[in-house]
Design a protein around this ligand. Structure first.
Ligand code: NAD
Ligand code: 89V
Length: 344
């Protein structure tokens, strides 16, 4: 697209959308022209806060009234399919928050609708856009083809305070958080997974879904990966929402530690670097690294649109991550390992 500024609307003016809107406002190639939320007071307050000229309460009315290039969907996942398909019908390029949808059939339908309509579709999967993981991936070039990956996110943070819908969801930690780490695993290993085994637990007495999950994977090239997710774990220091990583290859090890610390250990020695913390005017603790990643992925989508490229986590790519999510639930439900069809 070769316009000066792309016309953008955002749907879903809840908790996380504020970081999207703040980031959109500093991306010069984009103009946020309208927002939409089915709760009128929320749509209006959000439009005022971010200086957006118009707001809507009905997504179809938004598409009918506005000439849009991009829509950014930041609603909770049960509405993602309907809204992505609406964007496709109106020929508008679309970004949709993770998780893409609640079933594999919905995800496939969304990808196909966008492909048929010829619109670009990216899932807003931002953990791989955290600066520390971009750098970690570069460091893996020094260790040869990884044979082992461990990713872990073990926390006791009260995530339900800001995201109460997570306490009542039938499926919780794999769908909401596991999706990020499964995508990171694909990103860091530069490979797809062929076999998966998962154990889930519910430790917190007052929630509906699982709050602990342990996933073991084998990659197509034979590497092993272990992914640990927990909102029931006390630790010496609460690190929410940081993900830690260990990547081992025949020539060395890469470690992602807390607060931006990276280590590379090879036969020629041990180097460490600490990334400077993010510094965005709108950032709020404790999610600064992720809020910075929101800006990075939105800029990436715009750059790809302008250059006619597929964004990294385009719909069909993210379908592979979602297949791992659904396979993890199947494995836990049946206490069996799942063979995945992740062929090219
Ligand atoms: P939220 O409930 O605070 O906000 C969602 C908003 O969408 C609400 O205001 C609701 O009224 C509105 N909405 C829902 N369905 C709608 C529809 N059909 N039409 C119009 N408006 C509708 O939720 P949240 O915590 O902001 O999460 C939103 C999404 O962002 C989720 O998919 C969540 O997984 C994701 N999220 C991502 C990150 C991350 O990128 N790291 C962090 C937090 C949340
Ligand atoms: O980043 C997210 O997607 C959030 C959280 C880390 C809280 O799970 O939903």
């Amino acid at each position: 697209i070769e316009k000066d500024r792309l016309r953008l609307a955002l749907i879903g003016c809840g908790y996380f959308a504020r970081y999207h809107a703040a980031a959109w406002r500093v991306i010069p190639q984009v103009e946020l022209v309208a927002v939409c939320d089915r709760a009128p007071e929320r749509a209006q307050a959000f439009a005022e806060q971010f200086d957006v000229p118009r707001y809507y309460t009905n997504p179809e009315a938004l598409f009918r009234a506005e000439r849009l290039d991009i829509v950014d969907i930041v609603t909770t996942p049960e509405s993602h399919r309907e809204l992505v398909e609406l964007a496709a019908r109106y020929g508008v390029h679309v970004i949709c928050q993770k998780p893409m949808a609640l079933s594999e059939a919905d995800c496939v339908a969304m990808v196909e609708s966008c492909e048929r309509a010829g619109v670009s579709f990216m899932v807003h999967e931002n953990f791989r856009w955290q600066r520390i993981f971009r750098r970690a991936r570069t460091l893996t070039e020094a260790i040869g083809e990884p044979f082992f990956l461990r990713l872990w996110f073990r926390s006791h943070y009260d995530v339900f305070a800001r995201q109460p819908y997570l306490a009542t969801a039938e499926r919780f930690i794999i769908l909401d958080l596991g999706v990020h780490l499964l995508d990171l695993a694909r990103f860091l290993m530069r490979d797809e997974f062929s076999t998966l085994y998962c154990i889930t637990q519910r430790v917190h007495p007052q929630i509906r879904g699982e709050d602990v999950a342990t996933i073991l994977l084998r990659s197509r090239r034979g590497a092993a990966a272990s992914i640990e997710l927990s909102y029931a774990s006390f630790a010496p220091r609460e690190l929410f929402p940081q993900t830690l990583a260990l990547i081992e290859g025949p020539l060395g090890t890469v470690l992602v530690e807390a607060d931006g610390l990276l280590r590379l250990i090879t036969s020629s020695g041990h180097t460490e670097e600490r990334l400077a913390p993010p510094s965005l005017p709108w950032q709020e603790p404790p999610g600064e690294w992720i809020q910075e990643a929101v800006l990075a992925i939105q800029q990436h989508f715009v750059d790809c649109l302008r250059r006619g490229l597929m964004p990294e986590t385009h719909g069909r790519d993210n379908l592979r991550t979602m297949q791992l999510v659904f396979a993890a639930y199947r494995s836990a439900d049946t206490t069996s390992s799942i063979a995945l069809d992740q062929s090219e």
